[in-house]
Design a protein around this ligand. Structure first.
Ligand code: MG
Length: 405
């Protein structure tokens, strides 16, 4: 039996947004690492890990399912974002330990790979159509087969400048405002332009980031049908997922959803009723490898594929956990890419390698990734890490009401 003796959290990246959990054991030199990053609430997640730790000290690190269930029910209330993230960090670390003990990569331990590498999709963007086309072509030249297309930041294509918008005389906002009709006008035009320039040989996606009202989401999915998207991402907010039934009745545009999901009740009906085509839970927000593997297996029986959320604020350990799941999951669909600097990757020896549109894990035992704690500390800017981060200034409609991000 390998006993859990100590659990610690290591914060890194300049702004401290990455939290890596390290689980120590009573076996000399044997430990595992996992991702518990939460860009908005890093200190809250660390506190949750500290609260959970006494539940696990002295337990057998090899009882992964039992340890997972123990932590899952340890707070009585469950399926929240913070507890899931803390649990994921521990869960990944326990798989890392088990793989090291078995002298196998986690993807070997869980059944073996069913692909030689992991296809990823790239994030192309531009402030106008020509800029976007250039960016798509750049990724095509790099070898990407699937490319996400955005007109600037999230909601891009749907913003009106103050002069164009019909603002009230007591307007709360004097900047640009979001308008569903503008989005419905401009995004189909964007794909019309891209298809006319690039043809249908390249696979394209688009992320709505939940900006639209539900009825507009149905309209957009239908309007985009002629452009044969690989998928349309987060066209609805998590609170409005029942509208997927109406989207399915209206069009064949494939749907990807889930980066905000934390509770199985959010994705279960979408999978079992075949209302989405790709489930996009973030591995750490889905409570780790143990639970995400179950999501993947469930999805297989309903013809739904995985597209674990990455990009943005994710860290290289979470990317590696997703990469192991991608390697071993038959119904894997596509993996979102990440953008890490050389200095950031230098903190994580053994990190997955992204090259020519494919992500490659290594053949080392466990997750195959480690953390260099000296470099992790050097990368962290303690002053920046102390500043609270919220989800920026909200986008607003002309009447001042907030658009859900
Ligand atoms: Mg997204």
């Amino acid at each position: 039996m390998t006993k859990i003796t100590r659990i610690e959290c290591i914060r890194t990246r300049a702004d401290g947004m990455w939290t890596i959990v390290k689980v120590h054991t009573d076996q000399p030199g044997l430990y595992g690492i996992g991702s518990a990053s939460d860009v908005r609430h890093p200190e809250t997640v660390i506190k949750a890990v500290e609260t959970i730790t006494p539940v696990l000290i002295g337990r057998d690190a090899g009882l992964i399912e039992d340890n997972w269930q123990c932590v899952y029910t340890s707070g009585y209330w469950r399926n929240g974002s913070i507890l899931n993230t803390a649990l994921a960090g521990i869960d990944m670390a326990l798989w890392d330990i088990k793989g090291k003990e078995a002298n196998m990569p986690v993807y070997e331990l869980l059944g073996g790979p069913c692909r030689s590498a992991v296809p990823c999709y790239a994030h192309a963007g531009g402030n106008d159509l020509a800029e976007l086309e250039d960016d798509v072509r750049r990724y095509m030249a790099e070898g990407y087969d699937v490319i996400r297309c955005q007109l600037g930041a999230y909601g891009g294509g749907g913003f009106l400048e103050p002069a164009q918008a019909k603002l009230p005389k007591n307007a709360w906002t004097h900047g640009r405002v979001f308008d569903d009709e503008a989005y419905l006008e401009n995004i189909p035009k964007m794909f019309d332009y891209l298809r006319s320039k690039l043809g249908f040989g390249v696979k394209l996606t688009h992320d709505v980031h939940e900006h639209l009202r539900p009825q507009s989401a149905v309209q957009l999915a239908k309007l985009l049908e002629p452009y044969r998207l690989f998928f349309l991402e987060d066209v609805l907010a998590p609170e409005q997922v029942h509208w997927y039934r109406l989207i399915r009745e209206q069009c064949t545009t494939p749907q990807a959803m889930g980066e905000l999901f934390v509770n199985p009740h959010e994705y279960l009906p979408l999978i079992t009723e075949r209302l989405i085509d790709y489930v996009r839970v973030r591995v750490s927000k889905g409570a780790g490898i143990t639970q995400c593997r179950k999501i993947a297996t469930l999805a297989e029986w309903f013809g739904v594929q995985t597209a674990w959320q990455e990009g943005g604020d994710n860290d290289p350990v979470n990317q590696m956990a997703a990469c192991h799941l991608d390697m071993l999951t038959w119904n894997f669909g596509i993996q979102e890419e990440n953008h890490f600097s050389a200095a950031e990757l230098d903190v994580f020896p053994g990190h997955a390698v992204l090259e020519g549109g494919y992500l490659y894990p290594n053949k080392q035992p466990g997750l195959g990734i480690d953390i260099d704690e000296v470099k992790a500390a050097a990368l962290l800017d303690a002053e920046k890490a102390r500043r609270p981060t919220i989800y920026g200034e909200p986008d607003r409609r002309a009447d001042g009401s907030i658009v859900r991000p």
